[in-house]
Design a protein around this ligand. Structure first.
Ligand SMILES: [Zn+2]
Length: 281
């Protein structure tokens, strides 16, 4: 078996993520690439990147490690250069080391069935089962009669192939930011209904999130994407960038807004008061 040192990864053909994993070499984000994306997934978000509202956040300022969620420029600038131009980060590799192929999972949907089990396990205990529901088979909870989520197809993932650093049509290029978003974005748009259902279940509800919920794709992990509600995502990004400002805003009630409510995992809350004050892109 090859040792990590035996896999060359500084020229094409670049190794696949799977080949690196086989020798226990992990990949990580490159700085100032995918982590700069402000990536909405709303009810009216179309599959075409040009009109998707995808933005690039500013990385400069007092804490450049964390981009500024309030300063954003378009990923696709229709006004520039006649035919329009993609932001320069589009050409950057997403990972270090570079890989020619990466499998990306829609984590919320992949985890949907497990989230449902968490929500209903007590209902399925012997004493809580209701014979009428048990008689109706495995498609429903035997304690409360709620239907199981539709089984996700496969592991809910997509393969991203790289085109960076090679001539057009040549194989073995590295996965760029543009390879990544142009493959993953239209796929996520198609999965949005399942994502709303999965996140609804994960937040302790049998109903999906309302279709108009504004979502942002979270790129914390290169190969497992999840979503957060827009207001939660922005609040977390501001907190990471300026932790001192965030803490002082919690101490000073006059600076608090409805958005200061933070869940235990920074996640979702069926809190009607967070449904207000939505902003359009
Ligand atoms: Zn149940």
């Amino acid at each position: 078996m090859a040792s990590p040192a035996n896999i060359p990864h500084n020229q094409p053909p670049y190794p696949t993520q799977a080949a690196l994993q086989a020798v226990k070499q992990h990949i990580s984000h490159t700085p100032d690439a995918l982590k700069l994306l402000f990536w909405p997934l709303n009810a009216d978000t179309g599959p075409a990147l040009e009109t998707s509202g995808l933005k690039v956040m500013a990385a400069a300022g007092p804490n450049p490690k964390y981009p500024d969620p309030d300063v954003r420029v378009p990923y696709y600038d229709a006004a520039a250069g006649g035919a329009g131009v993609w932001h320069p980060i589009s050409k950057l590799p997403v990972s270090a080391p570079k890989v020619s192929e990466l499998v990306v999972q829609a984590w919320d949907v992949a985890d949907w069935a497990r989230g449902w089990e968490d929500l209903h396990w007590e209902h399925e205990l012997e004493d809580n089962r209701i014979p009428e529901y048990v008689a109706r088979g495995e498609g429903i909870c035997h304690g409360c009669g709620v239907a199981r989520p539709p089984a996700p197809k496969g592991d809910v993932s997509i393969v991203v192939r790289g085109t960076g650093g090679v001539s057009e049509g040549e194989d073995g290029g590295f996965v760029t930011v543009h390879d990544y978003v142009s493959t993953v974005h239209p796929w996520l748009v198609g999965l949005r209904g399942d994502i709303l259902g999965a996140v609804g279940t994960a937040s302790g509800n049998d109903d999906p999130l309302p279709v108009e919920t504004e979502l942002i794709v979270s790129c914390r992990l290169l190969d497992k994407l999840s979503v957060q509600k827009r207001e939660d995502w922005i609040r977390n990004a501001r907190k990471q960038r300026s932790p001192d400002d965030f803490i002082s805003s919690l101490r000073d009630p006059s600076q608090q807004s409805g958005e200061a409510y933070l869940g235990p995992f920074g996640g979702f809350h069926p809190d009607p008061f967070m449904q207000q004050g939505r902003r359009r892109e």
